[in-house]
Design a protein. Structure first.
Length: 291
């Protein structure tokens, strides 16, 4: 009699794990276990002109979005922030964040429905985590550099909304991404003004991204402010746009000069800065020709 071989079910290939040690939320005092991404689960692809690293899906793990795991979210009260700020920001602003729980939950659910931070985090929860963090940084003191972090939250949320639009076309994630890009532009430009006036330094922050694979520091902030201005700035007022892009061109040119004098500056950023400088120059020249 021929023996029938029973095929064993394939072992689940996990991309994340739950931390053994619990984290206690400083806002609602409830413990929870953070979800963390395993290393070696991604296959790096190209980088966009917004310094966003894209990843190819792998046969073993499919699509993986590292950005989705960067924000810590309390599943009970939806307090959210970057990792390094979770305890200090939540402790310092505990009363305000506690009083804002209902408002925070209602706001995020109007945009991102059916969220579940108790189970495995998906692309939807990843995008929503940045929106929640944006709400939680409102009113934070300058020691947390809330302006640039709000810009980072808007930018990363826009990127993830772009990925949501690719997976679920026709659900208006592209429209939301455009709104978030414009908000990111506002925060980035304001962060530079506050840095220059020393009212809220952002260059003191250890990691300014803008993505997780590389820290481009304050030079990256200057570049991002310029590229966001170029791609998502208003176009209905010609004079204001020309003035804004002119300042962006000056800022990028300054970074150019620094890059030529030292090898310590990151190469990809310099190359993208050159490309952006040429694009800004071309539009400004076309604007002069139209006058």
């Amino acid at each position: 009699m021929q023996r029938v071989q029973v095929k064993k079910p394939e072992k689940e290939r996990k991309i994340s794990f739950v931390a053994k040690e619990s984290t206690t939320c400083p806002v609602c005092d409830r413990p929870f276990h953070r979800e963390e991404l395993f290393s070696g689960r991604v296959n790096a692809d190209d980088m966009t002109d917004e310094l966003h690293r894209t990843y190819k899906p792998t046969h073993a793990f499919g699509d993986v979005y590292p950005l989705a795991y960067e924000i810590i979210v309390c599943p009970s009260c939806f307090y959210a922030s970057f990792r390094q700020d979770f305890l200090p920001l939540g402790t310092k602003n505990a009363e305000a964040l506690r009083n804002g729980i209902q408002d925070r939950v209602e706001k995020v659910q109007r945009v991102f429905s059916n969220l579940d931070y108790q189970g495995k985090r998906g692309l939807l929860e990843g995008a929503a985590s940045y929106y929640l963090a944006l709400l939680c940084y409102e009113g934070a003191s300058k020691e947390f550099s809330p302006t640039i972090k709000s810009g980072l939250c808007c930018l990363r949320c826009a990127w993830l909304c772009g990925h949501l639009d690719t997976k679920f076309p026709g659900e208006h994630w592209d429209y939301l991404a455009q709104i978030l890009y414009r908000k990111a532009r506002f925060y980035y430009k304001n962060a530079i003004k506050l840095e220059e006036s020393r009212k809220e330094p952002c260059s003191i922050q250890r990691n300014l991204g803008p993505d997780t694979d590389k820290n481009y520091g304050y030079e990256g902030v200057v570049y991002m402010a310029a590229i966001l201005d170029y791609k998502y700035g208003p176009t209905d007022n010609h004079a204001m746009r020309i003035a804004s892009l002119g300042q962006a061109k000056i800022n990028v040119a300054r970074m150019f000069g620094l890059g030529k004098k030292t090898k310590a500056k990151p190469g990809p950023l310099l190359e993208m800065s050159r490309n952006l400088y040429d694009r800004l120059k071309a539009e400004l020249k076309a604007g002069d020709d139209d006058e």
